[in-house]
Design a protein around this ligand. Structure first.
Ligand SMILES: *Cc1c(COP(=O)(O)O)cnc(C)c1O
Length: 436
């Protein structure tokens, strides 16, 4: 392997001061990675000074097929060159028709799934808001059950379902009508938390109102990469049905192949009532969100839920190309499953040698480091060596590997070598690194 990672030698000559003066201090990722990025190709990002970085963040799983995949780029450039419709509210367009037909043919039918597509505003949180609103409208109930460490977005409805206190504190108003129940493993491996929920729902004096929906991630992306067991998820689906609640599966981060199959819940023996998707759905990083609903639940009146940017035509074009290229047969999925196994074995070995542990599933796994300081020191050091990698978890204590799914095995191994080096270095001198 001859590829070289060459991070820019220094942060100083780039226009960092410009951002301090003109961009709100709400900015976050750019603080840990103070560079200005210029272009990106595949798994690589390049900064304005010519530094080259291996991307193990992938836009938080928005770039599962890598940056600027040539086939997706070509489809979009053709579409624009031919004056394809860019914006159309929710009018019918050829690009939308092609997406709907392809999604049905390539994704839904082969899996025996029947859903209607609701195009919401362009980000994940919009898809979650639509799902919550629909569940409340269908059931006539207000309460929603979400889970500890769940992350569902930043608008008020989705934020109410998000666990993280720092995010919730930004709301400025009470976050209501949601109870957070313990996710799988919250009390350790020996406590079946579905039984706690079931018991409380069955007991009319438990103080838990009958929920409109149970909202769950199969693998908690931002919450720390807890992966619920298939049996736990199946039981949650059954509990939802038994208690007249809709099961909303938030597949915004774990979907589009991140855990192996297209949907993170495949092969687990249940079908969610509603599925939310965004992040990698467009395939090229354009904003594009989708709420899938069982046809019987489609009780909306026309325009009752609305938005100027529903169904981004450029995203339809790249999403359609991505579905055709990666999902028309089982090869990509098999490759991702295999590579996810490689990642898991390598992380397990790193964790064992350093006394850490590993969480996650498929190509969505991370090292549990014990503290936010340690994890931050590891990712800081990794960035200095040209590896873009971030943390997640309640204390940001998990270093999460979200490499593009299309990464070559040897490049993946090279990134993991860097991660291992950095983890070893930090753990052998945590105080010194933390104090730097
Ligand atoms: C990122 C994310 C969201 C929110 O999506 P945005 O595009 O940031 O609004 C919701 N749910 C999950 C599971 C996510 O990972």
């Amino acid at each position: 392997m001859t590829v070289q990672i060459r991070p820019a030698p220094t942060a100083s000559p780039y226009a960092g001061r410009l951002y301090e003066r003109l961009e709100s201090q709400v900015r976050s990722y750019s603080r840990a990675m103070p560079r200005q990025f210029a272009r990106a190709e595949g798994v690589w990002m390049y900064d304005s000074l010519g530094g080259r970085y291996l991307d193990f963040l992938s836009g938080c799983s928005s770039l599962n097929y890598g940056h600027n995949h040539p086939a997706l780029k070509a489809a979009l450039m053709d579409y624009i060159a031919n004056d394809g419709i860019a914006h159309s509210l929710d009018l019918h367009t050829e690009a939308k028709a092609a997406f709907l037909r392809t999604f049905d043919e390539v994704i839904l039918r082969p899996r025996g799934l029947v859903y209607r597509a609701m195009f919401t505003g362009p980000t994940g949180t919009n898809a979650v808001e639509a799902a919550l609103k629909l569940a409340r409208k269908v059931t006539g109930r207000t309460q929603v059950v979400a889970f500890t460490n769940g992350f569902h977005g930043m608008t008020l409805g989705a934020l109410s379902c998000t666990g993280n206190a720092a995010k919730r504190d930004g709301a400025g108003v009470p976050l209501t009508y949601v109870t957070h129940e313990p996710y799988d493993g919250y009390f350790g491996p020996d406590v079946d938390t579905t039984a706690l929920l079931e018991r409380r729902l069955r007991d009319h004096s438990a103080g838990l109102d009958a929920p409109a929906a149970i909202l769950v991630e199969a693998v908690q992306g931002e919450g720390g990469l807890q992966a619920a067991s298939p049996a736990w998820l199946l039981r949650i689906a059954e509990v939802a049905r038994e208690h007249g609640a809709l099961l909303i599966l938030d597949d915004i981060q774990a979907g589009c192949g991140r855990t192996g199959p297209f949907f993170s819940f495949e092969g687990m023996g249940f079908v969610p009532d509603i599925v939310t998707m965004a992040k990698s759905l467009s395939g090229m990083g354009s904003p594009f969100a989708l709420t899938l609903l069982r046809p019987e639940l489609d009780v909306w009146s026309p325009g009752e839920h609305n938005g100027t940017f529903r169904g981004n035509n450029h995203a339809f074009v790249t999403a359609t190309a991505a579905l055709r290229l990666f999902w028309s047969d089982g090869r990509f999925e098999a490759d991702v499953r295999r590579r996810g196994g490689l990642l898991g074995r390598r992380l397990d070995a790193i964790a064992r040698s350093l006394g850490l542990s590993v969480r996650g599933r498929g190509m969505m796994r991370g090292l549990v480091t014990g503290s936010g300081e340690i994890a931050a020191a590891i990712t800081r050091l990794a960035f200095a060596k040209g590896l873009i990698i971030e943390t997640s978890g309640s204390d940001d204590e998990v270093v999460k590997v979200l490499a593009p799914l299309v990464i070559d095995d040897d490049v993946l191994a090279m990134g993991l070598d860097i991660l291992e080096d950095c983890a070893r270095q930090v753990l052998s001198a945590p105080l010194r690194v933390a104090a730097e």
